[in-house]
Design a protein around this ligand. Sequence first.
Ligand code: LMR
Length: 398
Amino acid sequence: MFETLPALPPDPILGLSAAYKEDSNPKKIDLGVGVYKDEYGNTPILKAVSQAQVLLQERETSKVYITPQGHQGFIDGMLSLMFGEHSQVLGDTRVAAVQAPGGCGALRILAELLMRCNEDTVVWVSDPTWANHIPLLGDAGLTLKTYPYFDKDTASIKFDEMMDCLAKVKKGDVVLLHGCCHNPTGADLSKEQWQAVAELAVNTGFLPFVDVAYQGFGDGIEEDAYGLRLLANSVDEMVIAASCSKNFGLYRERVGLAAIVSQNATVSKITQSQIQSVARGIYSMPPSYGGALVDIILSNPSLTHTWRGEVSDMRERMITLRELLVTNLHKQGVHKDFSFINQQKGMFSFLCIAPEIVQRLRSEHSVYFVDSSRINIAGINKTNVEVLAKAIADTLKK
Ligand code: LMR
């Protein structure tokens, strides 16, 4: 029966890693998949994580199943990180949550939960959005539509168009927002823009769905939660998918959180039972290891301090790399003004260049990034930045 299925092209993001590995050019540059890299191109294990691993090794006495919702310490730590220690919704016990297999797992189980509420649910995603949002939400059966978000010509957010579109969505429609460090553009809403979105959500009755995959990589751990916390204080209901892949460097452990804010504590209990039943029907219960590590880090003040410092170092380094790239592009005499890269946040920027140029950079200069022109800023380093800037300048000139 499987012969009836068509062969599919490689994943637009993950396929780049395979192509990069096969390239024998010693000067090849990988700006593809969104993983943090140090100056030497390595993705190190965070010190806080290494120390938590030692503690876990000492403490873990069994490999029996953990509870269906995951490690409660992990859930509480993550909720406090996202909503803030003195959050009203947490105090009112209006938040149901489960540990999920990565941010992707969280997105998918929330999509399934939305389908249980209403099979005709429409989810509005930004144009553009992270490529994998489409299958993660769409394959659950949700109807996806796009709202305008980013203008490639001006390298800025089309906020008026976005608001005009969202003003017309129906009550009960879902609007997917990137909590911080928008993937793929790196263009984030300002505080004033978040305020306007929150007011619109209240007025139109759309359900905010916030994806928080990069908390701490934009302006800071607390700062990056601004939009999410504002929405939580404004609306009766919202859903949140969080990932620990990037800010804890726990990529392969697959650990994330799915959270639902309901109108009151009674509904929240119902939601908790539903989200656990969704998870049970897909993968039964979450893997333990990554959640156990995050639990240890967030419940130990010294490890939390170490971790916050490491997140800060990663963020600061990416800001420096943005500046380094813009300076080097300028030195190479490119006509295009790339200074917008310095305003963007987190791991990604859109270079706002045509897909043909991106493909030529790949085939002629072994520089790998997504056709949309999204680059992983963390793939830049002091050794490759000049080669990269020269390759971009040469390709743009031709
Ligand atoms: C990315 O956007 O590159 C990362 O989130 C990795 C992935 O799974 O796509």
